[in-house]
Write a protein of this length. Sequence first.
Length: 445
Amino acid sequence: MSGLVTPAQLEDAIARARQASGEETAQLDIDDKTLAQQTVDMGLLTRYQADQIMSGRTKFKLGPYIMTDWIGQGGMGQVYKGIHEVMGRESAVKVLPLTKATAEAISNFTREIRTQAQLDHPNLVRAYDAGHDGNVHYLVVEYVPGTDLRRLIRTHGALPVQQAANVIMQAAKGLDHAHKRGLIHRDVKPGNILVTPDGIAKVSDLGLAGFMKDAASDPRAGKIVGTADYLAPEIIRSPGDMSAVCDIYSLGCTLYYAVCGKVPFPGGTPRDKARRHCEETPWHPRRFNPEIPEEFVEIIADMMEKNPADRIQTAAEVVARIEPWAAETSPISSRKLGSKSPWTAPPPPDEDEPGQDTDGGQENSYGESGSQFSQGTALTGSASQETIPGKPRRNTTPLQPMIVSVDEASDATTYIVLTLAVSVPLSMLAGAILASLVFWLFGAK
């Protein structure tokens, strides 16, 4: 048995289910589905727990935490909602699944735990606890209701400038706290910025974070880490050049995504994206959102400067530059949040049943990130495009568009019409000459 419901509570649930059915006889059999719904209605079980019990699973405890729901899939493992059985505090429990519990993965996971434990800021997801239950390692962090910025924009579209500025400003405050302690996030992106219904933004997922003066003990030193759509050029050229301005560039890409609804360089492979971060300039944001003021575009450009020395140097400066644009409104207070994932939630973490080993294409590594964040609806850069303002870029290589736009379709139509306009008269002329020649040869006889 799961131990979540006492025998007395179970009997009470059965009695209520019988009463609700209109039959009070003790002989009435109550089916599992009806009983499960009754326990949920009484608050004895969560919907997730009831569904898992009906599937035959009974273990919901991980250390002192009781799993109550499934939140989602992270880069390293699954994330559950859990409640401490003594303190009653609701938290998010990040679990390293057994299928990934190699010595290196456990070492990285432990590193993440110790890194996050050193930070305490209202705009950073706080770490509460960590441990292991048998062979299952877990990290307990602050549970943040709401959604992440990526999901919010994919569901509802780009944000108004004031709301985007408010979210990014708060994220910059959290990053400033980390940077002042020598810590670089290294994977700043919309999916790692959580937004509550009250408009509070918190930077999450410090799984790739590293200390600027601790490269020797960093297992990822010298490797390109991060997500392809948000990588700073210097990290691509020289992975060892890790500094706080790398996070500034990624935050600039995130701000671009927030107000445009598109990543700076959509389409292509991670290698294509990496090259374009180094060599090309993204489309001007006003192409996608004409209401963005030019002065605000300049802030995005200064955050996304390819030369680190020309970029905004600190997160505190980002806060100062963006604050005049920020409004104290929540980007999701007036928007209906999307429903839960239609996919079946995995079982609670168990040594004998580690659950699904999938992450929906959201690995936090350069080599595996793919193009899952691409919108696939915008053209890639070209030599003649209207681009975001900034200093001229050297060695830029224009790319062919990934998809055909309306303008390109019109150009193709024009080409066909012109071809026919030229070829048809020429054919008629050739036919007339041939007819004259035949008449002259045979008519002369």
